[in-house]
Write a protein that binds this ligand. Sequence first.
Ligand SMILES: Nc1nc2c(c(=O)[nH]1)N[C@H]1C(S)=C(S)[C@@H](COP(=O)(O)O)O[C@H]1N2
Ligand SMILES: [Mo]
Length: 197
Amino acid sequence: MAVISRGFGARRRESDPDLPPGQFLTTDFPVLSAGPTPDIDTADWSFTIRDETGETHAWDWDELHALGLEDVHTDIHCVTRWSKLGTHWRGVSLDRLFENVESSYDFTMVHSYGGYTTNVPLEDLLDGKAWIATEFEGEPLDPEHGGPARLLVPHLYFWKSAKWVRGIVMHARDDPGFWEQNGYNMYGDPWKEQRYW
Ligand SMILES: Nc1nc2c(c(=O)[nH]1)N[C@H]1C(S)=C(S)[C@@H](COP(=O)(O)O)O[C@H]1N2
Ligand SMILES: [Mo]
């Protein structure tokens, strides 16, 4: 009887409508980094957006916060098949950062301290879909999870949520970032299981 009710519970969890196909729920928070965790002092931190004219928009830590933090309640989905439902973040909407950026380019390359890159179409960063997150579950973001600040693009697989984010460069074409050059999908929609090439 115990086996049957456990199985039933597992099936119910797997059919959770919030869980994309092929994903499993986890309650811990795995760390997935392609390299060492950089040590970034918020006094030295800056975030830049560079457009096709070479113009650079830049914010330091205080200027970022002056744009206003939002509460973000969202699910996250890693391509290695774990998902966490109902996570709570605070961060600055990319809508605020792009307010005064004029660009005719439709694609972006997101750059991190340490060299990681990932490509995201501009429209996936706008309209309340992406944030520069500085807090997770009420605490400053842990360095292992991208602190002091990471990109949060929760509607795409989590490799698009670049940890230790330092800037965005506008691109005319959808050029591949780090994982995208190494076999990951160019877009990464968890609901369509766009995992690898
Ligand atoms: N700078 C940087 N960002 C990164 C990565 C990385 O290696 N370096 N890994 C990506 C991958 S593959 C995943 S699944 C998530 C993992 O985030 P976490 O370690 O907070 O779980 O970060 C993404 N962002
Ligand atoms: Mo990942």
